[in-house]
Design a protein. Structure first.
Length: 158
């Protein structure tokens, strides 16, 4: 586990999962929504939101969920690359990690298990877990993914 501050990001073109883990403690987690059609302005708004979050917590590691190249749009792939470039320009270590790299996903293949396991590890997220279980469509999943990604910090995938 990293000893610094890790910003976890689960990128999306409509919703972005963000989390911060500082010295093993979850200090912030959220979903940011970005409405409207894809444009350069929207791309820049997403990057700006990430920059503000990274500056607010002085994150020195940015852990990004790996994008599935076969199941993602060109816009999402471009956004993910821009996030990594921006973090490197800010002198952050960048770690790109697949959910398959995480212990959460090894326990069971169901996505809902990730939210349950993250909520079990971080009880402060229980309310969002409960809400996600009641939702017809996933809303908080990206946030739980961001926490799971940040939880592994800059450890090398096993």
């Amino acid at each position: 586990m990293a000893t610094g501050t890790v910003l976890g990001i689960s990128p999306g073109t409509r919703a972005l999962g963000l989390s911060v883990i500082r010295q093993g403690e979850l200090v912030d987690w959220r979903v940011r929504s970005f409405n409207g059609a894809w444009s350069q302005q929207k791309h820049d708004r997403i990057l700006s939101a990430i920059t503000r979050f990274q500056k607010e917590y002085s994150a020195d590691v940015v852990a990004i969920k790996q994008i599935d190249l076969l199941r993602s749009s060109p816009e999402l792939r471009s956004l993910a690359m821009s996030i990594a470039r921006q973090a490197k320009r800010r002198s952050c270590k960048v770690v790109i990690r697949s959910l398959d790299d995480l212990d959460y996903e090894r326990r069971t293949a169901k996505r809902k298990s990730l939210t349950k396991e993250v909520a079990r590890k971080y009880p402060e997220m229980y309310e969002e877990y409960r809400r996600e279980q009641a939702n017809r469509t996933e809303y908080y999943t990206r946030m739980f993914e961001a926490v799971a990604i940040a939880d592994y910090g800059d450890d090398e995938p096993s």
